[in-house]
Ligand binder design. Structure first.
Ligand SMILES: NC(=O)c1ccc[n+]([C@@H]2O[C@H](COP(=O)([O-])OP(=O)(O)OC[C@H]3O[C@@H](n4cnc5c(N)ncnc54)[C@H](OP(=O)(O)O)[C@@H]3O)[C@@H](O)[C@H]2O)c1
Length: 254
């Protein structure tokens, strides 16, 4: 019998930052392949819009508000997951922030703390909470969303780039320690993608004049173009893959 390697039927998946952009596209894709998706971000109304659309399309989704830079909110999120589902098969650790655009000489402690609390502390403790559930149930899959900035920091995005390099190290650390527990941990490294996150860059003709020629495919990515790589990583098609980074960037790092 043919086994569809990309089928996620009966899987419970948590996607952070699922209210728009890459997280929304990932949530829709996982739901379309049969997973029940838990959508998390700060704004419940925005999550409900995505939830409604997934349900209208025949999928399963629920929304839980969570500021992923706050440990008490992370604990609340996981208490809800444990009481409602008692399991978690897939985590897509996608929420991130980039409040500071500027040179390293003018970056201050506030920008450092805010960026690290969401992009590093939140990503670490969400992965830890998820992995504890996955350990108890005998396995699971985690995908952390980093950035090509982890490998090639962009100018004026120093703190952000440092956190994304941290996400790669976090991915590799978790992958090594959790492999014996049947938990795979990989990272997606998106290039420039058309979302609210990159709006400041995309809406500046001066910046785009410099950036576009550095992308061999000559265009920015769409959120949906990130979702296929995540689907692969969380699926049985990637059963021997852990500690890896998949770059989806139109050739920018080539
Ligand atoms: N767009 C790009 O060019 C690009 C390139 C490389 C990597 N990435 C990475 O891709 C991921 C998704 O970014 P995106 O481009 O899809 O951005 P986006 O469209 O701005 O979406 C960001 C998502 O994260 C949520 N979020 C932000 N701060 C949060 C917080 N403190 N707690 C919980 N949720 C929070 C937002 O929802 P709420 O406002 O409701 O909280 C939203 O759902 C990020 O990790 C980003 O670093 C993006």
């Amino acid at each position: 019998m043919h086994h569809d390697l990309f089928l996620l039927e009966n899987k419970i998946a948590l996607v952070t930052g699922a209210s728009r952009g890459i997280g929304e596209a990932v949530a829709r894709t996982l739901a379309a392949h049969g997973a029940e998706v838990i959508l998390a971000s700060r704004k419940i109304d925005d999550l409900k819009r995505v939830e409604d659309e997934i349900i209208k399309a025949g999928g399963k989704a629920v929304s839980i508000a969570c500021h992923t830079g706050e440990l008490d909110q992370i604990h609340h999120l996981f208490n809800e997951i444990k009481s409602k589902y008692k399991r978690l098969d897939i985590l897509v650790n996608n929420a991130a922030t980039n409040p500071f655009f500027g040179d390293v000489l003018s970056a201050d402690e506030r920008a450092w703390d805010k960026t690290f609390s969401v992009n590093m502390k939140g990503v670490f403790f969400i992965a830890q909470q998820a992995a504890k559930i996955m350990k108890d149930q005998g396995g699971g899959v985690i995908v952390n969303v980093a950035s090509i900035n982890a490998i090639r920091p962009a100018p004026f995005q120093g703190i952000y780039s440092i956190t994304k390099a941290g996400v790669v190290a976090l991915t590799q650390s978790f992958a090594k320690e959790l492999a014996p527990l049947n938990i795979r941990v990989n990272a997606l490294l998106p290039g420039l993608t058309d979302t609210k996150f990159s709006a400041a860059i995309l809406s500046s003709p001066d910046i785009m004049k410099i950036v576009l020629p550095t992308i061999p495919m000559g265009r920015v990515g769409k959120p949906e173009e990130m979702a296929g790589a995540v689907l692969y990583m969380v699926s049985d098609a990637a059963s021997y893959m852990t500690g890896a980074c998949i770059v989806v960037d139109g050739g920018m790092l080539a």
